[in-house]
Design a protein around this ligand. Structure first.
Ligand SMILES: Nc1nc2c(ncn2[C@@H]2O[C@H](COP(=O)(O)OP(=O)(O)OP(=O)(O)O)[C@@H](O)[C@H]2O)c(=O)[nH]1
Ligand SMILES: [Mg+2]
Length: 349
């Protein structure tokens, strides 16, 4: 028996090694990797504003845009080509960029002498309309009539799952909610320690077991503890995984199933965390992960460290699943509830 157990663990380890090997870091993002100096996570520092968080994206996008219109007074084909390039290289994505350019073309066709000096406001209007900003309200974060409201957090390695959980826990705690974290990333001892530190920072409870224990068992214990303590929200941390690792995706199904034995409609939310600084990779992950498992909400992190913030525009345009949160820093208050209007306003400020 013990021998089989040993082999089982070996296989598991092998699978994890594969994941780490397969973690793709596009070359161009290496230089702009976010500062992961742990001193940056000092809670006493003030939180990053949306404007500050989007600074790199804004600077890079408007530099490209001004290059597109230099020496031009009206929006002609050359200018449109330049805008297209600016959008694509800001990681808005080809499909969404095409839709924005089509809108601009229609506008130029109507008004032949569209002035380049108005371009920013025109572009802002068209992007806002494309994303249906007029009808957007800040997403209701959670339905607290469900008690406990169970959130399972998933995604590939290193995207910011654990950090995002800590930030959400802190926000909910400050709203007076009773929150319990579940350390269902049992693969690394450090993962449990990291979540424990976040639980202390946020001032919320945590349920954990020893490293290597069954993640589904931790999730089960957490939900049960939440029920007995009359908690409002459960946040389950999971190990990073790739969508194409069948066993690991099955593990997520198992975690879901055991939680629903305690609270029948749990998990109420499956939050997929995406690293915004990986640009097009984040799209790919969203596409593939949402195919492989039920995902009900998205969080896009690390926007502060990248010029690829346009990725949020593309993701909100192309996925039916709402972007609920954006991460703009490593500190506990550096998570914003995503509001399309505020985002576009900040981008064009
Ligand atoms: N600058 C910045 N860094 C972030 C943000 N969110 C997370 N990070 C950093 O990203 C790194 C990875 O974050 P984790 O929360 O450990 O990511 P994870 O998905 O839990 O990682 P695994 O458990 O290893 O799969 C940490 O150094 C975080 O501080 C963000 O919004 N901005
Ligand atoms: Mg983690």
């Amino acid at each position: 028996m013990a021998l089989f157990g040993l082999f089982g663990n070996k296989n598991k380890e092998k699978e994890r090694e594969d994941i780490i090997e397969e973690k793709v870091i596009p070359q161009e993002t290496v230089n702009e990797e976010v500062n992961s100096d742990s001193s940056a996570a000092d809670d006493s520092e003030k939180s990053t504003t949306l404007d500050e968080g989007l600074k790199k994206t804004k600077r890079s996008f408007f530099e490209k845009l001004s290059r597109a219109i230099v020496g031009k007074s009206t929006v002609d084909d050359d200018v449109l080509d330049g805008i297209e390039e600016a959008l694509i290289t800001s990681d808005v994505g080809i499909d969404t960029t095409s839709r924005i350019i089509e809108r601009l073309e229609a506008r130029v066709a109507k008004d032949k002498y569209l002035n380049t000096s108005e371009l920013n406001s025109i572009l802002k209007e068209e992007i806002a309309e494309l994303l249906n900003v007029g009808s957007s309200t800040t997403p209701q974060t959670y339905d607290f009539t469900k008690k406990p409201y169970v959130i399972m957090v998933v995604g590939v390695n290193g995207v910011g799952k654990t950090t995002t959980i800590g930030k959400i826990a802190s926000q909910l705690k400050s709203q007076g909610k009773k929150v319990i974290l579940g350390a269902a990333d049992t693969f690394r001892a450090a993962a449990v320690d990291q979540l424990t530190i976040w639980s202390e920072r946020a001032g919320v409870d945590i349920v954990k077991q020893s490293m290597g224990s069954d993640p589904a068992s931790v999730a089960y214990d957490t939900v049960q503890s939440a029920v007995s303590k009359d908690a409002d929200v459960v946040l389950i941390d999971t190990a990073g995984r790739l969508h194409n690792k069948v066993n690991l995706m099955n593990e997520l199904t198992k975690i879901r199933n055991v939680m629903s034995k305690v609270v029948p409609d749990a998990p109420h939310e499956v939050l997929l965390v995406l690293d915004g600084s990986t640009g097009q990779n984040a799209y790919q992950q969203a596409k593939e992960f949402t195919k492989a498992t039920d995902v009900t909400a998205l969080a896009v992190t690390k926007l502060d460290g990248t010029a690829k913030g346009g990725v949020v525009v593309g993701i909100s345009d192309q996925f039916q699943i709402p972007v609920k949160f954006i991460g703009v820093g490593e500190k506990i208050n550096d998570l914003k509830i995503f509001n399309k209007k505020d985002f576009i306003d900040s981008l064009f400020k």
